[in-house]
Design a protein around this ligand. Structure first.
Ligand code: GTP
Ligand code: MG
Length: 498
C-alpha cells in the first residue's frame, strides 16, 4: 500500500475549512520593525525555560490596553524539514536582518564556528544556543525567537531535523499556526530528505496532523555551487513536492506557497531578489510571504484552554503555554486540569511584556497563585473554571496507521506513546471497533481483529494516567494526536468520542 495514499485518506481537517489562502502580494515591501533596541543583545533564541523578566507596561485603561494588545496579530511559525536543510541558519538570518543581532555578535559566532571547524554554521548559532548543538551542528531543543513585521508579531520555533529528535519537533509543531518547510536544493540533499525515512516527508505529515494549516515551502541553498539559482532545479523540487503535499492533505493552491532563498547569504528574505542574480523569480520575499499568510484564529469567546508546556518558580508559580481557545484576563479564577486545582491569575506576560489579557494563538507565561510548581506537570491544562477541559483515561479515536515497525500487525494490546498537545503518555489500544475503507471512507461491516499498514480504524485507546483532551470536532488542536513506537511515528489520529 502506498503511504501517501493512506495519509491523504485521513484528511484530519479538510482543506476546505480554510477560507483564506496564502496571498502573494504584488509590490508592497514590508517595513520591518526592530523589536529590540538593545544592540548588545547576544543570544536571541531562548529555550523554553526563559525567565520572565517583565517590563510592566503603563496601563491606561483596560479598554486602551485591549485595543493595543489586539492590534497586531501573533503567529507561531515552526521551521521544519530534513536535517541540515538550513532551518537554524534561516531563522538566525531572519533575526539578523530584522536588526536583532549586531555585527559584533556575528563576528564572535564566526570565530566560534571556525574554532569548531564549522565555518558555515555561524548563522545557525543564533538559534542553536547550547554547546552540544554548536559542536554537532544539529538542533536538539526547539529554539524560540521573536521578530515582527508591520502586521504581525512572529514567534519562530526552530525544530530539529534529525530523526532522533522528532518528539521535540512534534512539540514545536503542536504549538505552531503556520510552518516554514525548509528544503535544501543542494545536489543530493533534496533527494535524501524526500526519500522514505527522510524527515521532509515525516515532518510534513506530522505538521498537517498537528494542525499546521499553512505551509511556506522555502527552497534553500539556492546559492550553492551545485544549484546556482537554477530555475530547473527549483522547478524540479516544486513539481516533486506538490503531489506529495496534496497527498499529505494540504490544499496546495490555498494553503501552500513556494519561494527560493539563500538562508546563509540572506537572499530573498527581507528584500526581494536582485534580477541580476536571479532573473526568473518575480515573486515575493520571505517576509512578504509570511506577512500575507492568513490563518483562522481560535475563538476568543470560547472556554479558556491553555496546555502547559513548562513551569517554574518565580515569585510564585509560572506556567508557560499557548492559548488554544478563549481569553485569559488578570484576576481570572481558573482550574488546572486534571487535578482541579483552583488558581488565580496574578500576571500575564507576552514575551517580556506584561499584559492584562490575551487571546487564542498567544504564547504566554502566566503567574498563578493557589498552586505549587511541584503540583503541575507539562500536559496539564489551564482551563476555564465554569467549563473545564475533559479528563479521561480512555477515548475512542479514528486512527490512520502509517508504517508499523517491521510491518507488524496492529491489534488490541498494541502499545505506543501518545502525543497530544503537550501530553506525552504511554497508551494501549484496547479494542478495535471498526475498520473504515480508505477509498470510500465508509465503515466496513466485517468485524475487525487486526489491521496493517495503511488502514483506517476506529479504536478504543487507554492511558495509565488521567489526561486532558477534547473531541477533535470541538477543539481540533486538543483532539488530534500521533502514536509513536521506538522513535517512529506509526499512526496519526483524531479523538471522536470521550
Ligand atoms: P538541524 O537543526 O540539524 O535539523 O539542521 P538545520 O536545518 O537547522 O541546518 P543548519 O541551519 O544548521 O545548516 C546546516 C548546514 O547547511 C550549515 O553548514 C549551513 O551553513 C548550511 N546552509 C544553510 N543554509 C544555507 C544556504 O542558504 N546556502 C548554503 N550554501 N549553505 C547553507
Ligand atoms: Mg537547526
Amino acid at each position: 500500500m502506498d503511504l501517501e495514499e493512506d495519509i491523504r485518506s485521513l484528511q484530519l481537517d479538510s482543506a476546505a475549512e480554510d477560507i483564506n489562502g496564502v496571498v502573494n502580494p504584488e509590490d508592497e515591501k514590508p517595513d520591518v520593525d526592530k523589536m529590540d533596541e538593545d544592540p548588545k543583545q547576544e543570544v536571541q533564541a531562548q529555550s523554553v525555560e526563559a525567565e520572565p523578566k517583565a517590563k510592566v507596561k503603563e496601563i491606561l485603561s483596560v479598554q486602551d490596553e485591549e485595543d493595543e494588545q489586539m492590534k497586531k496579530r501573533h503567529l507561531n511559525v515552526v521551521f521544519i524539514g530534513h536535517v541540515d536543510a538550513g532551518k537554524s541558519t534561516t531563522g538566525g538570518q531572519i533575526l539578523f536582518l530584522s536588526g536583532q543581532v549586531d555585527d559584533r555578535t556575528i563576528q564572535k559566532y564566526e570565530k566560534e564556528a571556525k574554532d569548531k571547524s564549522r565555518e558555515s554554521w555561524y548563522m545557525a548559532y543564533i538559534m542553536d544556543t547550547n554547546e552540544e548543538e554548536r559542536v554537532k551542528g544539529k538542533t536538539v531543543e526547539v529554539g524560540r525567537a521573536h521578530f515582527e513585521t508591520d502586521t504581525t508579531r512572529f514567534t519562530i520555533l526552530d525544530a530539529p531535523g534529525h530523526k532522533s529528535y522528532v518528539p521535540n519537533m512534534i512539540s514545536g509543531a503542536s504549538q505552531a499556526d503556520i510552518g516554514v518547510l525548509v528544503i535544501s536544493a543542494r545536489k543530493g540533499e533534496f533527494e535524501t530528505g524526500y526519500e522514505r525515512g527522510g524527515q521532509t516527508r515525516e515532518h510534513v505529515q506530522l505538521a498537517k496532523t498537528l494542525g499546521v494549516t499553512k505551509l511556506l515551502v522555502v527552497v534553500n541553498k539556492m546559492d550553492d555551487p551545485t544549484v546556482n539559482w537554477s530555475k530547473e532545479r527549483y522547478d524540479e523540487i516544486e513539481s516533486k513536492m506538490i503531489p506529495f503535499l496534496k497527498q499529505s492533505g494540504y490544499n496546495v493552491k490555498k494553503d501552500v506557497s513556494f519561494l527560493p532563498i539563500s538562508g546563509l547569504m540572506g537572499l530573498n528574505i527581507k528584500t526581494r531578489l536582485d534580477k541580476s542574480l536571479c532573473s526568473w523569480w518575480d515573486g515575493p520575499c520571505l517576509f512578504e510571504s509570511l506577512d500575507s499568510i492568513e490563518v483562522p484564529m481560535g475563538d476568543p469567546k470560547s472556554p479558556f484552554r491553555m496546555p502547559i508546556i513548562d513551569k517554574f518558580k518565580d515569585m510564585g508559580t509560572v506556567v508557560m503555554g499557548k492559548v488554544e481557545s478563549g481569553t485569559i484576563r488578570d484576576g481570572d479564577s481558573l482550574l488546572i486540569m486534571p487535578n482541579k486545582d483552583h488558581v488565580k491569575v496574578v500576571a500575564i506576560y507576552i514575551d517580556e511584556n506584561r499584559v492584562t489579557l490575551a487571546g487564542p494563538g498567544e504564547n504566554l507565561r502566566v503567574r498563578l497563585s493557589g498552586v505549587e510548581e511541584e503540583d503541575i506537570l507539562s500536559g496539564f491544562v489551564l482551563s476555564s473554571a465554569a467549563n473545564p477541559i475533559s479528563t479521561v483515561t480512555e477515548f475512542v479515536a479514528q486512527l490512520q496507521i502509517l508504517e508499523l515497525l517491521d510491518n507488524a500487525i496492529f491489534t488490541a494490546g498494541y502499545k505506543a506513546v501518545l502525543h497530544v498537545h503537550s501530553v506525552v503518555e504511554e497508551c494501549e489500544i484496547v479494542e478495535l471497533l471498526q475498520q473504515i475503507d480508505p477509498k470510500t471512507r465508509k465503515p466496513i461491516k466485517k468485524k475487525v481483529l487486526f489491521v496493517k499498514n495503511g488502514a483506517i480504524v476506529l479504536c478504543r485507546v487507554q492511558v495509565n494516567n488521567v489526561i486532558c483532551v477534547e473531541k477533535f470536532s470541538d477543539f481540533p488542536q486538543l483532539g488530534r494526536f500521533t502514536l509513536r513506537t521506538e522513535g517512529k511515528t506509526v499512526a496519526v489520529g483524531k479523538i471522536t468520542a470521550l
